[in-house]
Design a protein around this ligand. Structure first.
Ligand SMILES: [Zn+2]
Length: 111
């Protein structure tokens, strides 16, 4: 879905806001209401929606928006943990004098 982001000035030029990006099914015209602050839709077209609340709803949303699953949060966390493990192993090997030269692994970020 693409739309041109248009800015409105209302209240005598005191407030600037974005035009709602919803399009009417019936008239094919774009909604003329101002969008809610920080959103792209007005209050009539889902601008006040905060998304899914229940775990089932969140799972449905993830399933609907997952394109291939090669980069998911779980995969990234697993990779990060494995790289941290590799770093610890290399540090131990360097302490024992088994490895010299430049480092292969990187120090994991502190989280
Ligand atoms: Zn609207």
């Amino acid at each position: 879905m693409s739309y041109v982001q248009t800015d409105y000035t209302t209240l005598g030029g005191r407030v600037t806001c974005t035009q709602c990006s919803a399009k009417s099914k019936r008239s094919q015209e774009r909604c003329r209401n101002p969008a809610i602050k920080g959103k792209t839709k007005c209050k009539h077209h889902g601008g006040r929606s905060t998304g899914c609340k229940t775990p089932e709803g969140k799972a449905r949303q993830i399933a609907a928006n997952t394109k291939h699953g090669r980069e998911t949060r779980a995969i990234r966390e697993e990779r990060s943990a494995k790289l941290a493990e590799l770093y610890e192993l290399e540090k131990e090997m360097r302490n024992m004098g088994m490895v010299e030269g430049s480092w292969v692994s990187r120090k994991p970020p502190n989280r």
